[in-house]
Design a protein around this ligand. Sequence first.
Ligand SMILES: Cc1cc2nc3c(=O)[nH]c(=O)nc-3n(C[C@H](O)[C@H](O)[C@H](O)COP(=O)(O)OP(=O)(O)OC[C@H]3O[C@@H](n4cnc5c(N)ncnc54)[C@H](O)[C@@H]3O)c2cc1C
Ligand code: SF4
Ligand code: SF4
Ligand code: SF4
Length: 399
Amino acid sequence: MSEASANGLKTFGRMMNEVVALGSCCGCSMCVVTCPYGVIKYDSQSMFPYVAKPKGDFDYCPISEEVGCDVCANACERLGPEHMKPIKPEEIDVRVFGRERREDEYYGVTRFICAARSTNPNVVANSEDGGAVTEILKCAFEDGIIDGAAVASPSSEMWLKPVPRVVKSVDEIMETAKSWYTYCETPLALKEAVDKHKLSKLALVGVSCEVSGYATTVGADTGFIAKERGDKNVERQNKHLKQYVDAVQLTIGLLCTETFVLDGFIYEYLQEKEGINPQDVVKVNVKGKVVTDIKDGTRIETPLIEARVYQRHQCNYCGDFSAEHADISAGGVGSDGWTILIIRSERGERIFKRTIEKGYLEVRPSSEFERSMRVLKRLTETQRKRADEQYISIGSSRR
Ligand SMILES: Cc1cc2nc3c(=O)[nH]c(=O)nc-3n(C[C@H](O)[C@H](O)[C@H](O)COP(=O)(O)OP(=O)(O)OC[C@H]3O[C@@H](n4cnc5c(N)ncnc54)[C@H](O)[C@@H]3O)c2cc1C
Ligand code: SF4
Ligand code: SF4
Ligand code: SF4
């Protein structure tokens, strides 16, 4: 155990060893977003951060060692104060909701759960489940709550390969609906929105680990930036960290059990095993099986168990199925054409209610979706257990 680890300090060296090298790094990219000196970059192939111009070993950052910084490590949700343990979800609760979850809040801090669907059939047809995420974003735009959103989008190469994208209009939101089951580091779009587009009112849409990654930076204790290292440095580092935190006005978390390795999923699974031409795919949904929609209107259902071979190993460290730190969490959980929403924060509730008021969403109580509620409970349990077992297998524990 390093000295920093023994002291509970979160340092760049610890993050690179105990998270990246260990393999628990989910690839959320928050460390890259928050690095004030551009030392680390993101490798979109491996989905790991790396030192762009190394001057030593992979775990050496001269600014961490010589000037003092470690903003990245304090923004990393997979790095807790204890050796090889992630930050506790309850600690992140306090940062974003101002309190820990109560015992009766099985899915994390919750105001209410319901099912929602767009009142516009075109939106439903063009989205993943009920189109609720698209409608909420649209409403937030129209009301001036946000001036941009960090989302996933099809790449120019093919629909199946997602890239992070900053959307700045309702039309762009419509173009970026549906789900990609390979990882898409949407926090990098947050960085682009602030750095390049100078936007200051943003929504972040991402899978659980991305939203929890962002949530980790909220209220991150900047006391780690030692005063003796110079006021100028401290100020720069604080300011850099806060600009991304403060810009986000809404987080929408997508319920998530896993993402797949890009090439394995597209070429080995869909193309070679299932005989699907990746260029023809226009939508993928996972509902106990993999449901793939093709350009010509056909729908192909294939076994999820075979796709699971291509699950990213990093996901085994993830115990957060229901995006526990989002303002609003959204998932399909076995519903047909509806989005199940967990409304968690006051601002999430406000925007959601406004979307209904504008007539964009129809809503039904969760009691009418018994099956979905059972799936939500089961997947939450399974995922927490999976993460617990994974941490035990490396001689540590998650909690
Ligand atoms: C990788 C992944 C795994 C998921 N696993 C589950 C699951 O196991 N169980 C479950 O109930 N629900 C799961 N979901 C959520 C589900 O697929 C829908 O996103 C959710 O129900 C919202 O549907 P909607 O019609 O309201 O969203 P839409 O209106 O279609 O909007 C979806 C939004 O999500 C963004 N997005 C799409 N893919 C990604 C991505 N990879 N990373 C970041 N943002 C993205 C889009 O840009 C868009 O803004 C998963 C989603 C993803 C992306
Ligand atoms: S320690 Fe500071 S400078 Fe070094 S990678 Fe982390 S955030 Fe960047
Ligand atoms: S912040 Fe995210 S991408 Fe960076 S090391 Fe931690 S888990 Fe990995
Ligand atoms: S299972 Fe967890 S770590 Fe894996 S992509 Fe989903 S939210 Fe991220």
